[in-house]
Design a protein around this ligand. Structure first.
Ligand code: MSP
Length: 540
């Protein structure tokens, strides 16, 4: 197949099925969606993947606890919660992978066979600490180090039989089992060389430094199989073992683009899509994505993704302890996305989390701040500009936009404000600095609101000699609205389409954003519709 556009392949983590999605998990998906929409607007052929992580002991246990006949039935029952929320939030994913799908199982088995053939896995006895909730092994040193840190922080000593998990602080168990190991220890230098040659591989910089110091501290071989339960992908050459859930899960990024499938089409898709342009992940799963995954790919002889973008957590204050905690289902402090959607609506929900929460650092969520951002940026600035301008246009020009005036390209405050807007915005979008990108758009919106005050179109409308000037002023304003609707589209796809509809423009977002942002695109003369307020003001 011939591909005329560049591929842009973007992924979210695949979510554990045991908990319904909450604000925190949705945050990650919306972040990837904004990038996917932006890249489509820049002319890329985007593949945006999300999905569900369905294997592992915890899932099998949950199925039983919830009275399901099989883990598969339990996973199936959870699927709508994800699909429905993504639909509600206007997530534009092109694919939805589930690790129980045959295409994925085939991908995992091919990968394991490749590791075996290339000599990167071996069977051995394992004796060490295991965190059952996280399904992760820890070395003696890691566990010891964590205990020392806890004691230094003044916490009570843990039970030596069950020291606490370095990741989640829950009690560990001592485990002895036979396991397949991946020779992760051989990849310390290749990984360090790779990070050095690709300084943008891990973003933001603070996360990159974290990974570098972790890898410099040395890598141990990784247990990648389990034989104490069977809810997983069987090793094709050792049926007693199923793949460790993390190795299984990471391979989804490949099995979704043809890896493991037979035939020319699959090979073509893999060549076109892989390596991915970016994996968007939360900071808790950085080692899996920035250390283990690249090492596995190197071992399999496959190219590495271009970038891993790491975001922080949405946090909430624990009323009892006063501590700031990660929002999570297991902590019982998760806010359901529906609650926020009820308050803000979908587009403003997306706008708030994407523009106000600095990606990369942790962010406390507050209802007060949501209201503030909504009222300032959306009700008073963007919504107000659209409503005032469309209202005046319809009133002064017989229900239409004025035709593009001959002098449209002469220097004017709004034309100047929009000069270079695409470049400024695109640079920030590519860096996932959505707050920066949104404030670029807000700057032209605010310039237009000031322009209304300065030009006082209502005064011009009273003077028949000022008819041309009035037409130019209204056209300038509508032109800013047209441009802003394209730039806001990745954040607020429904409202942006609605704004374009009210202007009698194509509601589909552009696939050539650079050209769409060029001054002069609005022909004018077509009907405009005032419509209801886009963002009715919120009161306390
Ligand atoms: N199944 C693994 C990922 C496998 S990817 C090959 C997993 N699933 S998860 O459901 O626990 O988390 C998925 C993502 O949601 C992670 O990136 C995690 O950081 C993110 N979030 C979960 N809670 C969050 C917040 N409170 N805030 C922001 N993101 C959070 O890990």
């Amino acid at each position: 197949m011939e591909h005329t556009k560049p591929s842009y392949y973007i992924t979210t983590p695949i979510y554990y099925v045991n908990a319904k999605p909450h604000l925190g998990t949705a945050y990650c998906t919306v972040m990837a969606d904004v990038q996917a929409r932006f890249q489509r607007a820049c002319g890329c052929d985007v593949k945006f993947l999300t999905g569900m992580d369905e294997h592992g002991e915890k899932v099998a246990e949950a199925a039983e606890k919830n009275g399901f006949d099989s883990p598969q039935a339990w996973c199936d029952s959870m699927e709508p919660a994800f699909r429905d929320l993504w639909k509600t939030l206007n997530i534009s994913n092109d694919d939805f992978i589930r690790t129980t799908q045959p295409r994925h199982v085939a991908g995992v088995q091919k990968f394991l066979k490749t590791l075996l053939d290339r000599g990167y896995i071996y069977k051995d006895a394992y004796d060490g600490w295991y965190c059952r909730p996280d399904e992760t092994y820890f070395t003696e040193t890691q566990v010891h180090h964590h205990e020392e840190e806890r004691l230094a922080a003044g916490e009570a000593p843990a039970d030596p039989e069950h020291p606490l998990c370095p990741d989640c602080d829950r009690p560990l168990e001592r485990i002895q089992e036979e396991s397949w190991f991946f020779k992760l220890s051989e990849f310390q230098q290749p990984l360090l060389d790779f990070y050095e040659a690709h300084p943008d591989f891990i973003q933001p910089e603070t996360r990159r430094n974290e990974v570098l110091s972790f890898v410099k501290g040395g890598l141990k071989d990784l247990s990648i199989s389990r034989s104490t339960f069977d809810w997983g992908v069987p090793f094709p050459f050792d049926e007693k073992h199923v793949a460790y859930v993390w190795v299984d899960a990471l391979i989804n990024y490949l099995s979704a683009v043809g890896y493991g499938a037979e035939g020319e089409d699959a090979a073509d898709e893999l060549a076109y899509r892989w390596p991915a342009q970016v994996h968007v992940v939360g900071k808790d799963i950085i080692r899996f994505h920035c250390v283990i995954w690249p090492a596995l790919l190197m071992a399999a002889g496959l190219p590495l993704p271009e970038r891993v973008f790491v975001h922080g957590f949405l946090t909430v204050r624990n009323e009892e302890t006063g501590k700031i905690e990660k929002m999570s289902k297991s902590r019982g402090n998760a806010i359901a996305p529906e609650e926020v959607i009820d308050l803000l609506g979908v587009d403003a929900y997306r706008y708030y989390f994407m523009s106000d929460v600095v990606h990369g650092t942790d962010a406390p969520i507050s209802w007060g701040r949501m209201r503030q951002v909504y009222n300032a940026d959306l009700a008073n600035s963007w919504g107000n500009l659209v409503s005032r301008t469309l209202n005046m246009s319809a009133k002064y020009f017989d229900g239409c936009a004025p035709a593009r005036p001959a002098s449209f390209d002469e220097p004017s405050p709004l034309r100047d404000a929009c000069r270079g807007i695409f470049e400024r915005y695109a640079e920030r979008m590519k860096a996932m600095d959505y707050g920066g990108a949104a404030s670029e758009v807000l700057s032209i919106v605010s310039a237009a609101n000031h322009y209304i005050e300065d030009m006082a179109p209502w005064a011009l409308a009273k003077d028949p000699e000022k008819a041309d000037e009035l037409a130019l002023v209204i056209w300038n304003l509508l032109e800013v609205i047209r441009i802003a609707s394209e730039l806001y589209d990745p954040f607020m796809p429904s409202i942006s389409a609605e704004v374009r509809r009210r202007l009698s423009l194509a509601t589909e977002p552009t696939a050539d954003l650079a050209s769409a942002c060029a001054w002069g695109g609005l022909a004018g003369g077509a009907p405009v519709e005032k419509g209801d307020p886009l963002f009715p003001r919120l009161v306390d």
